[in-house]
Design a protein around this ligand. Structure first.
Ligand SMILES: *Cc1c(COP(=O)(O)O)cnc(C)c1O
Length: 377
């Protein structure tokens, strides 16, 4: 049995090595390292895949969030509602722009924002909401869109973990995550579902004007060369990463299907273990399982993690500390309640290995080991 890893990027690369190497070589020969045809090609293919009008490639997912907030014209002092249970990037960029990140609690089963939670956090300074589609499942967007309309708020979807996820509205309309709010932000960090071999990201939007502005902001705010209409940043997707991503995009559906097989296996294996809660599947959303995250009840999380480690099984805690309790963000923003769910999740979540190269032996071994822990618990 191959050694179990959280992700197996080497195994994944081996299967597409020839295609990827050829694509990289084409870029090396062309010497068009910045922008150029490869970046354009990937942009077009990704827009088709996501069924979105505009894809603006950029340096990474964090930049995607930042240039989206800049593009939407958010100003210092504006309040942006973000979940307290997520990766730091979302609040970090808001803080960097002088915005006031209001870190709120999340739903205890989906780990995502809900309309009720957001509504309780609104005030006259609220300008935007950042739903993070955590672990691969969409936030319940329809009620959130209603609030955004009612209070005239912008929605920036943090789609870093959920590329390709599909959300169904109550009238049957389906939209991919990132296409529902004003903008979507994608990360191609190597371990993400569509991972580059370095840093990369993209902004997606259906809005022509906003797309144009964001594209300029990503390129020093230039309208044409050496004419700077906005204060921008330098955030580019390099052509070598685009070449790799363009190859991997063709396999993304296959990769997602492989993750879903793992998730289904885990769901079944753990269904009867009372001290484990398997991931909630929202009927309105598909789940691309960037992570498979269990809730381990009654304080067993850390002991289970150690037990797995002793048996050669890695696991990770996404995320161990509420953003409100991070040193950099303590006392920042406006406090809304005590975030009991976020705190409880930080103490009880555990993410298991899930990736495109997992073998049946590995899954069986993980399931047996976890069962053995609870047989003796
Ligand atoms: C990965 C990630 C980001 C940041 O993406 P980078 O490409 O690493 O900058 C932002 N938000 C979430 C939820 C993420 O998982």
């Amino acid at each position: 049995m191959p050694k179990i890893q959280m992700v197996d990027l080497q195994g994944q690369y081996r299967k597409i090595q020839r295609e990827v190497d050829r694509s990289i070589k084409d870029v090396l020969k062309s010497a068009a390292f910045i922008n150029g045809p490869k970046v354009k090609e990937f942009e077009t293919n990704l827009a088709n895949y996501l069924d979105v009008k505009h894809v603006i490639p950029c340096g990474n997912g964090t930049d995607a969030l930042q240039i989206s907030m800049m593009g939407l014209g958010l100003k210092p002092g504006d309040e942006v509602i973000v979940p307290a249970f997520t990766y730091v990037a979302t609040v970090e960029v808001a803080a960097l722009l002088g915005l006031n990140p209001v870190m709120v609690d999340v739903d205890k089963n989906t780990f995502n924002l809900t309309a009720e939670i957001v509504e309780q956090a609104l005030n006259v300074h609220t300008r935007a909401i950042v739903p993070v589609h955590l672990f691969g499942q969409s936030t319940d967007m329809e009620p959130l869109m209603k609030i955004a309309e009612k209070y005239n708020l912008q929605i920036i979807e943090d789609n870093a973990q959920s590329i390709g996820t599909e959300y169904t509205f109550s009238d049957g309309t389906k939209k991919k995550t990132g296409n529902i709010g004003n903008v979507g932000c994608i990360s191609f960090y190597p371990s993400k579902n569509l991972g580059a071999y370095g840093d990369a990201g993209a902004v997606t939007t259906q809005n022509d004007e906003l797309a144009d502005k964001i594209r300029r902001i990503a390129s020093h705010g230039q309208s044409e060369k050496y004419h700077h209409k906005y204060i921008g940043v330098n955030s580019r997707l390099d052509a070598i990463q685009a070449a790799i991503l363009d190859v991997k995009l063709k396999y993304l559906d296959k990769y997602v299907a492989a993750r879903q097989v793992v998730a289904d296996y885990y769901d079944k294996a753990f269904a009867d273990i009372e001290l484990l809660q398997t991931p909630e599947r929202l009927p309105q959303s598909t789940h691309v399982f960037h992570q498979y995250t269990l809730i381990v009840k009654e304080g067993h999380r850390d002991a289970l993690k150690s037990f797995l480690h002793e048996h050669g099984i890695p696991s990770m805690i996404y995320y161990p500390i509420p953003l409100t309790e991070q040193e950099a963000f303590k006392g920042r923003g406006r406090k809304v309640g005590d975030l009991p769910i976020t705190k409880s999740l930080c103490a009880s979540v555990l993410s298991l290995p899930i990736h495109t190269e997992m073998t049946d032996d590995q899954l069986e071994y993980i399931a047996e080991t976890i069962q053995a822990y609870f047989d003796n618990a």
